[in-house]
Design a protein around this ligand. Structure first.
Ligand SMILES: Nc1ncnc2c1ncn2[C@@H]1O[C@H](COP(=O)(O)OP(=O)(O)OP(=O)(O)O)[C@@H](O)[C@H]1O
Ligand SMILES: [Mg+2]
Length: 642
């Protein structure tokens, strides 16, 4: 009968270790939690006093036929009952608030961590898995701290105390009740191992199911457009059924262990009853002692029986903890080592001094002189890149990239689809880390620039304009922490986002998923406004105008030209009109820079470029190739092709 407390202490070591990792979160509320456990232990042990009062009543007033004594006993029992109830209520009150704060703290930590994990992590992990960890698993943990954790402790103490009382009253009957301990310990540990496997499977399947639901909601237009409800529903049903099977396995295991935990002690109590009755008949035992003995045994029934599901819940919580820390243990984006950070913080202090200070910090350029051609601007030096989850023997997405965008220059990046343009642009704000080579901003290696400052220096707008559930103004001002109203209206003007004025509440209109839906071109213009609002020193635009009609595009380009004049920019372009914004063009072909030069030069020199720009077959008689000759870049004439 007592086996369970054993099972509790000999619990699978690794689950205990998982659960111990919760300590830093529990620490702040430890006083409350421990006092609550103490209160619960007192309340639970009070229950063991009932049989003793009963014994006194049976052997005393009842035998002596003294009604006054019986009334007194009854009154005592009533009082005890009330005290027990009040104590349990008090315990609940003690833990409720602190535990929800533990859950909130863990959730906040997880969210913060998710924001700081590298993009490569998010490429790899399905969002449903992350969602389910942030919701279901954390809720399980709060419940665990509130209930099973306390009651494992309470029950073990109560059972131990109960057995001491039992043995003191009649040791031979006590031994009869203790007999089933051995088989129960063995059964419980077997159960633990199997249950932990099933629990883990179930929680992972909840994550998969969440992913399908999420994709179904986000992709609702595609699903409807292609009439895929049925196959989508089928995919969902398959997963749901799989989860159901796992849950049934869980229930079956639980039912089995519960049946054993309930039956075996019940048999022991039956045996003790028979033995005890015989002893009372022989006169070896008082009736009161037998009553007290049996009611103590019965009072211990609930603590023993609840062990089954308490253990199950603890096991699930251990799994939830594991799943939580699986995400938390993934290292965040590494920050540059102190020495490099120091050099850059010097530059950071002089940021208002702009180019000169930055060049100095990088050790290049004579004091006060104009930025030297070699050091400044945005420079790729022998950059290669392979996605972290790609096969080791697959060709890199980018290789041997040498590219120099001079300070104040705008460089267009042109290439066939899939040639690596988006990948190249993502390297500049360090959304991905270069595999080899380096990228410098005004001579400073970006690997040595603290991320917050790097992302202040570099502004980006991607192909897929993402808006958040917030107002237009908030969405745009995300691009700069300290921008004001004036900067906002300037940015909206550059992006030709005049449509904003026509929205129900102007710039205060809520957009994004929960708000007003905007057209693709409108979103793109807001994303562009976000990129330029902070007047960044470096601007990286990935095909920012693709969704605009030619007239709007022309207007945006005219306004954008002003911004580009003040910054160093890399602009991915598919259309000749966007290329016209740039001083020079780099042609990227299968992950390599094939040619650099002005639009006209490349039109003449590169077949691929001419083909990309016109859609027509290239002129076969084009002159000696600029192709594969990055050297041409230094000689590029400031010829404008407008
Ligand atoms: N997260 C990723 N993980 C692995 N491979 C990727 C990832 N993103 C892109 N790729 C691969 O890298 C290559 C280059 O992709 P990239 O998005 O840079 O092309 P792109 O030049 O921007 O094309 P487009 O003009 O269509 O936007 C492609 O072959 C693509 O399959
Ligand atoms: Mg792209």
């Amino acid at each position: 009968m007592m086996s369970e407390n054993h099972a509790a202490t000999t619990k699978d070591r690794s689950s205990v270790r998982s659960l111990l990792r919760l300590w830093p979160y529990v620490r702040p509320v430890r006083t409350r939690l421990f006092s609550a456990a103490l209160v619960a232990i007192v309340a639970s042990c009070l229950g063991l006093v009932f049989p003793l009062i009963l014994k006194w009543m049976v052997d005393g007033p009842v035998t002596d036929r003294d009604p006054g004594g019986v009334w007194l006993g009854a009154l005592l029992l009533l009082l005890l009952g009330i005290v027990e109830a009040v104590l349990f209520g008090f315990r609940r009150w003690l833990v409720a608030r602190p535990l929800s704060s533990v859950e909130a703290a863990m959730r906040a930590d997880l969210y913060r961590h998710l924001q700081r994990l590298p993009v490569a992590f998010h490429d790899r992990w399905p969002s449903g898995q992350l969602l389910s960890r942030a919701t279901t698993d954390l809720m399980l943990l709060r419940m665990f701290l509130a209930f099973p954790l306390t009651f494992l402790l309470v029950n073990v103490t109560t059972i131990l105390a109960g057995f001491v009382i039992l043995l003191l009253q009649d040791w031979s009957l006590g031994v009869v009740l203790l007999a089933p301990v051995v088989p129960l310990v063995i059964l419980c540990s077997l159960f633990e191992t199997r249950y932990s496997l099933v629990a883990r499977r179930a929680q992972d399947q909840v994550g998969d199911l969440t992913t399908v639901v999420e994709e179904g909601v986000l992709g609702i237009r595609i699903i409807k457009g292609f009439g895929r409800h049925r196959s989508q529903a089928l995919a969902f049903r398959v997963l749901a059924r799989r989860l159901r099977t796992t849950e049934l396995d869980k229930a079956r295991l639980l039912a089995g262990i519960w049946a054993l935990i309930m039956t075996i002690p019940e048999l022991a109590i039956g045996a003790a009853l028979v033995l005890g009755t015989v002893q009372v008949a022989d006169g070896g035992l008082s009736a009161g002692t037998l009553v007290a003995f049996l009611s103590t045994a019965l009072a211990l029934r609930w603590p023993v029986e609840s062990m089954g599901f308490l253990l199950a819940m603890s096991q699930e919580s251990a799994t939830a903890t594991e799943r939580f820390f699986e995400v938390m243990d993934v290292p965040e984006e590494a920050e540059p080592e102190p020495s490099a950070a120091q050099a850059t913080s010097a530059a950071s202090a002089a940021r208002t001094g702009e180019t000169v200070a930055l060049t100095k910090a990088a050790g290049g350029g004579p004091d006060g002189g104009p930025a030297p051609d070699t050091g400044g601007g945005l420079r790729f030096e022998g950059v290669s890149f392979r996605y972290p989850d790609a096969d080791a023997d697959s060709p890199p997405v980018l290789s041997g990239i040498d590219l120099h965008i001079r300070p104040g220059e705008t460089m267009a990046l042109v290439g066939a689809t899939g040639s690596g343009k988006t990948t190249l642009t993502a390297l500049v704000p360090r959304l991905h880390e270069v595999t080899s080579g380096r990228i410098t901003l005004d001579g400073e290696d970006i690997a040595g620039i603290p991320r917050p400052r790097l992302r202040e220096l570099v502004s980006v707008a991607f192909e897929e304009p993402t808006l958040f559930s917030a107002s237009v103004a908030e969405n745009v001002l995300m691009g700069a922490a300290d921008a004001d109203e004036e900067a906002l209206s300037r940015a909206l003007e550059v992006a030709q986002a005049g449509f904003v004025a026509g929205l129900p509440q102007g710039v205060r209109t809520e957009v994004g998923e929960q708000g007003l839906s905007l057209s693709g071109g409108q979103r793109q213009r807001l994303a562009l406004a976000r990129a330029v609002v902070g007047r960044p020193r470096f601007l990286v635009l990935d095909d920012p105008l693709s969704a605009l009609d030619v007239h709007t595009e022309a207007l945006v380009e005219a306004a954008l030209r002003q911004v580009l004049r003040e910054t160093t920019a890399l602009v991915v372009a598919h259309r000749p009109s966007t290329v016209m914004l740039a001083d020079r063009v780099a042609l990227i072909s299968r992950g390599r820079i094939a040619a650099v030069g002005t639009h006209q030069e490349l039109l003449r020199a590169s077949e691929e470029y001419a083909w990309l720009m016109s859609g027509a077959q290239p002129d076969v008689n084009s002159g000696p190739g600029v192709e594969s000759e990055p050297g041409v870049e230094s000689e590029a004439v400031e010829e404008t092709v407008r």
